[in-house]
Design a protein around this ligand. Structure first.
Ligand code: ASP
Ligand code: MG
Length: 411
């Protein structure tokens, strides 16, 4: 008999009919003899609706009061799901974050979980009940309701699974797993049977928005096996684990991620003296702007060019600051470009294989795609290219690294 935490996202509980379908599903698991803790999100659109209401009253709602309000979304779904289970003769009980006692810090709207009291939940499981917990919410030491940041129900699911030492945390959603890349860009993209926490973190941070990043970090830290599954279609989904054993047989690259949210800034003709990087990036970070990729050219004529990327939302602000720096340090010019995309190949197999980078560059060269910047980590190689080549690049790489799904019979 296993203990499973099952998290259902907003679209999976978006209507009463769907909540009833979820109840049917949970009932089947229960009948197999497994202990089940269910974590639910608010019905789809509800959290946005509530935030909208608050904004009608004030542009920047007081965080404590906003948390009191948005946490009601999940409170509705736990009650509806518990009723649906009880109606089916499945003993069930709902819990708000406070009732469990999911203790968090006091950072309203982005609180972090400090501890979870599992005593009540364990007693209910022992008594044969399905426990239905509200995602996204907790309580601080003073009894204030807190929330964990958008998409935070994933984190509730993983944190509960860690606290209860569950056998698996299943995240039910509107896709049937994690894909080698976005199927809307590459129709041959394949569902992965398995991926490591590390790889998933890279994929997620690069924009594959299947899971909230924090939940993956949490799962990795506490080694909670995570499985992403479709709520209403049968299938094995994708298992996310620590396990790299099978990587010998696995492809070198697990996936290709891309990010259209970056912009590039360049400062040219910078006097090449010690402290240059600090002089350029110091004011940027002082403005709370995060820098991603950085390239400094080899100096000639005692001057150097320096290029870096930031989030597009920070672009205008960063350019303004860079122009100021340009004048202050006597550099030649500061320019920027928003027509770029970052494309990355991700895979733990890179650790044990040489020549991965050159294979990537070859595939891009064959399509005459110019690489503007390169950065590497142990399990990832990223390039910045002109935005209009995004689809071409991702497709070429998907094929070059043998990720394409085999053509179906007759195709
Ligand atoms: N309902 C919350 C949100 O929309 C939390 C979640 O769904 O994970 O962000
Ligand atoms: Mg979500």
């Amino acid at each position: 008999m296993a203990l499973i935490v099952q998290k259902f996202g907003g679209t999976s509980v978006g209507t009463v009919e769907r909540i009833e379908q979820v109840a049917e599903k949970v009932k089947k698991f229960r009948e197999n003899g497994d202990d089940i803790v269910v974590v639910v999100s608010a019905m789809s659109g509800e959290t946005n609706r509530l935030i909208g209401l608050a904004k009608q009253v004030m542009d920047q709602p007081v965080p404590r009061e906003l948390d009191v309000m948005v946490s009601t979304g999940e409170q509705v779904t736990i009650a509806l799901l518990s009723m649906s289970l009880l109606k089916r003769g499945v003993p069930a009980v709902s819990y708000t974050g406070n009732q469990v006692r999911i203790l968090t810090d006091s950072s309203h709207t982005k609180a972090r979980i400090l501890s979870i009291d599992d005593a009540n939940i364990r007693a209910d499981l022992k008594a044969g009940r399905v426990v239905v917990v509200a995602g996204f919410q907790g309580v601080d030491e003073h009894g204030n309701i807190t929330t964990l940041g958008r998409g935070g129900s994933d984190t509730t699911g993983v944190a509960l699974a860690a606290a209860l030492k569950a056998d698996e945390c299943q995240i039910y959603t509107d896709v049937d797993g994690v894909y080698t890349t976005d199927p809307r860009v590459v129709p041959q993209a394949r569902r992965l049977d398995k991926i490591t926490f590390e790889e998933m973190l890279e994929m997620a941070s690069l924009g594959s928005k299947v899971l909230q990043i924090r939940s993956v970090e949490f799962a990795g830290k506490y080694n909670v096996p995570l499985r992403v599954l479709h709520s209403f279609q049968e299938g094995p989904g994708t298992l996310i684990t620590l396990d790299e054993e099978e990587s010998m047989e696995q492809p070198i690259i697990s996936g290709i991620a891309f990010n259209r949210d970056e912009a590039k800034l360049t400062i040219r003709g910078v006097p090449d003296t010690p402290g240059v990087a600090f002089k350029i990036l110091g004011p940027i970070s002082a403005a709370n702007i995060e820098v991603d990729m950085i390239v400094q050219n080899v100096s000639h004529d005692n001057t150097t060019d320096f290029t870096f990327t930031v989030h597009r939302n920070d672009y205008l602000n960063a350019l303004e600051i860079l122009k100021q720096t340009c004048a202050n340090i006597g550099a030649r010019e500061a320019t920027g470009d928003t027509n770029i995309t970052k494309v990355s190949i991700v895979g733990v197999g890179m650790r044990s294989h040489a020549g991965v980078a050159s294979r990537m560059f070859e595939a891009l060269a064959k399509e005459s795609i110019n690489i503007q910047m390169i950065s590497t980590s142990e399990i990832k190689i990223s390039v910045v290219i002109e935005e209009k080549y995004l689809e071409l690049a991702v497709r070429a790489l998907h094929t070059a690294f043998e990720l394409d799904a085999p053509a179906r019979q007759g195709e």
